[in-house]
Design a protein around this ligand. Structure first.
Ligand code: CA
Length: 241
């Protein structure tokens, strides 16, 4: 982890915001606090953050809306959602929108720090990985890691087309691309894409796989690119047409 990681804490409660910022600074991190979406946007325009700690309930624009904004403007930045109550619906919505992790209030500062470090390690190693700049063939499609999108492969029916991916879909597809021909369990996929205990989100992976298959499989009834491995989960089989 580089010492230049810049963390933005979005929290409307002043005392909480200051406490978190000071705690992170005491642990050698560069952290700034902002109270709402407008201030976050100003901060992002000034300097792209390494990671944003995002309270969900905010005055004006809420955390989900700000997460979508972050994913569009700085897709490489880590995002940890902070929810006042541990609501499964919030967690699933955040995962779908591309959050890297979740923390429920009240949280232990040490737990927060550990989660921040873990997300930073992943986002920084992803940025350094050659795969993050490459393209991976998936049937008639090519997953473009830099543009986070699916492009139709030359010489196929899909040629010239572009299929946009939701952040959660991209994260999952990238995980498949990085682990070809290897059966991946739902638990592992959930762990790898969200770093959360799996149970509450078991269906989230299935839903995302179903949506991805509708995008890339020629015949969704008989998927050949993202195959189901009975009793385990899923496996990406790189096969060109
Ligand atoms: Ca709040």
């Amino acid at each position: 982890m580089s010492g230049s990681s810049q963390i933005v804490v979005v929290e409307d409660e002043v005392a909480q915001r200051q406490a978190i910022v000071q705690y992170l600074q005491r642990h050698g991190m560069k952290a700034v606090g902002v109270g709402d979406g407008a201030a976050l946007r100003r901060e992002v325009q000034r300097a792209v953050p390494s990671l944003v700690l995002l309270d969900i309930r905010l005055p004006g624009e809420d955390g989900f809306s700000l997460l979508r904004y972050l994913r569009e403007t700085c897709p490489g930045a880590g995002a940890i959602m902070v929810s006042a109550i541990c609501e499964t619906a919030d967690r699933v919505a955040g995962l779908e929108a591309g959050a890297d992790d979740f923390v429920s209030k009240p949280f232990e500062p040490r737990e927060l720090l550990a989660r921040i470090r873990s997300v930073l390690r992943r986002t920084e190693s992803a940025a350094a990985s050659p795969l993050s700049r490459s393209q991976v063939a998936m049937g008639q499609w090519v997953l473009d890691m830099a543009r986070r999108t699916l492009l139709g492969a030359d010489g196929t029916d899909a040629a010239g087309r572009e299929e946009r991916l939701a952040p959660g879909e991209f994260t999952l597809l990238k995980m498949f691309a990085e682990n070809p021909n290897r059966p991946l369990s739902r638990d592992w996929l959930l762990e790898a894409t969200s770093h959360r205990e799996a149970e509450a989100f078991d269906r989230a992976i299935d839903l995302r796989v179903a949506r991805l298959r509708r995008k890339i499989e020629p015949d969704t009834a008989h998927p050949e690119i993202i195959r189901t491995v009975r009793g385990v989960g899923y496996m990406f089989v790189p096969k060109t047409f």
